[in-house]
Design a protein around this ligand. Structure first.
Ligand code: XMP
Length: 509
């Protein structure tokens, strides 16, 4: 195992994930974890992450100084390198100018950390400070035009530093550098697999939960499903799952959840059909934020009532992933700066009174997918496009009523069915139908019609923060359009959305 001490870098968890990709178990821990505790955990190496602070700032986060005496190999990245050098008498100063982005690195070494790397390569920098001088205990391993000490090595101990970020994909040989550190320097063999993580999580959940009952809210999506499958593996019949039908779900969603969690995994599944209640409160509402608020509030009320009916429930499991955690400001006591409030965090309020279990908190989405497949969830579920909590309500522009919801639900099912048939579903990250709040003129048979318009949206994206519209093949568009107009009553026109994000968003509301 390798431990990453987290000094608040936005990419700290990415370091852990790159190392796990090389089949070495790696976990992020607090930056001030005591040397004694680290000794107990017995890692083969420590990585000090980057961070937004300055090492000479008064409040700057510092590690336990004893970690440098543990004899465990250490790699400092950016702020972490500055810390390691400062501890040994180096000077850290603000650089001539702050440096962000790609730059060319010239390596002076070709072994150890730099084994299998060319002398020149592209690296990614993001720093204000840099190491200006090093004590003669260190030697410089590489430089860039603006940063004469871009990588260092201690003369006699296994302490290394990199001013740039090897964990980001813009650093050309970043993965090789991390692999060199964990394999050549720390001696890890690379035998770890996802199944070992499942075993580890299962053991941790069992130890924490004991004989108590755990509730897990299912949304039909990947994260909550993997959480439930993992808990089921750990505690079986002590797990109760709650699935709330808010009346704004996709076609067949409830049945799929039943099939998965009642027939396949035999969990104690509570399907609460609260659609009538939701639709009553949403009736006639057209303001998007109002729709979200109503759905959020009613969901909590319905969920709470169902949870209270389950005797002896003590824990609540949630499928929070690592990116949800960074985007909403990270661990409450951590040094990371808040970036953005994410939809998925804090879906249920703390005052529900349960202790939280978040077994996916350290994982990225693709790791969660791998875990889900290993736990026996279907490919169809694992690669399902994300679906927003407020569901069809925010894809039905204008006032909500059951008829309009049904229309949208049918059109949406046709879009997805045709994309699957054409083998395009996996090329697209999110696709759906939107029901517009306008009517347009058409002609059907001999008569003039004045009916609804459906917009089809399909996007490709890496992270949902930016997205491109998908260049859908004409025959597929044609099939979708013909089917919607023929099969969905009250729709006489279909349009395709060709807007990118930004400036548009993925959803229409
Ligand atoms: P936008 O429309 O902001 O969407 O480009 C980015 C991603 O977020 C999803 N989204 C939501 N998810 N509740 C959710 O759970 C919401 O209110 C919500 N609004 C947008 C959207 O589907 C896309 O994946």
């Amino acid at each position: 195992m390798i431990l990453v001490l987290d000094f608040g870098s936005q990419t700290a968890q990415l370091i852990a994930r790159r190392i796990r990709d090389r089949h070495v178990f790696c976990q992020l821990v607090r930056h001030d974890l005591s040397a004694e505790r680290i000794r107990e955990l017995n890692p083969k190496g420590l990585i000090l992450s980057g961070g937004p602070a300055s090492v000479y700032g008064e409040q700057s986060p510092k590690p336990d100084p004893e970690i440098f005496k543990l004899g465990i190999p250490i790699l400092g990245i950016c702020y972490g390198m500055q810390l390691a050098c400062q501890v040994r008498g180096g000077a850290v100063k603000p650089g001539a100018k702050r440096e962000f982005g790609r730059t060319e690195l010239h390596a002076k070494a070709s072994d150890g950390l730099f084994a299998n790397l060319p002398a020149a390569s592209t690296v990614w920098m993001s720093h204000g400070d840099q190491v200006e001088t090093i004590s003669d205990e260190f030697i410089s391993l590489a430089e860039t035009d603006t940063c004469p000490i871009a990588a260092v090595k201690h003369q006699s101990q296994a302490v290394y530093g990199l001013q740039f970020h090897p964990e980001v994909t813009h650093t050309q040989f970043g993965t090789q550098l991390l692999e060199n550190f964990v394999k050549q320097i720390c001696g890890c063999r690379g035998t770890w697999r996802m199944s070992s993580l499942i075993e580890r999580e299962v053991a941790a959940i069992k130890a924490r939960v004991g004989n108590a009952r755990v509730i897990c809210g299912l949304s039909g999506g990947v994260d909550s499903s993997v959480t439930a499958a993992l808990l089921y593996k750990a505690i079986g019949s002590q797990l109760s799952c709650i699935f709330v039908d808010n009346g704004c779900l996709r076609k067949g969603e409830s049945d799929k959840v039943r099939d998965r969690f009642q027939n396949h995994f035999k969990t104690d599944l509570h399907v609460v059909d609260a659609s009538e209640r939701f639709l009553k409160e949403l009736h006639g509402v057209s303001d998007p934020q109002q729709k979200r608020k109503i759905i959020g509030r009613v969901f909590i009320e319905v969920f709470r009532k169902e949870a209270e009916s389950i005797p002896d429930a003590r824990f609540l499991a949630q499928g929070t992933l690592y990116p949800d955690v960074i985007e909403s400001g990270g661990h409450a006591d951590g040094p990371a700066a808040t970036i953005k409030h994410h939809h998925n965090v804090g879906g249920l309020p703390e005052e529900l009174g349960f202790e939280l279990i978040e077994p996916l908190r350290d994982l990225f989405k693709d790791e969660v997918r791998r875990m889900g497949l290993e736990l026996g969830l279907s490919e169809e579920l694992i690669w399902r496009h994300p679906f927003p909590g407020p569901g069809l309500a925010v894809r039905l522009l204008g006032a909500i009523n059951p008829d309009r919801l049904d229309k949208l639900r049918e059109a949406d099912a046709i879009v997805l069915e045709e994309l699957r048939k054409a083998g395009l579903y996996r090329d697209i990250q999110q696709a759906f139908a939107v029901l517009l709040p306008v009517q347009s003129v058409g002609v059907m048979g001999d008569g003039r019609t004045y009916e609804d318009v459906i917009a089809v949206r399909a996007v490709t994206t890496d992270d949902f923060m930016t997205a491109d519209w998908y260049p859908m093949p004409y025959p597929v568009l044609q099939k979708i359009s013909t089917r919607i107009i023929n099969e969905v009553r009250g729709v006489n026109r279909v349009v395709y959305d060709i807007s990118s994000k930004p400036p548009s968003t993925i959803e229409w509301e």
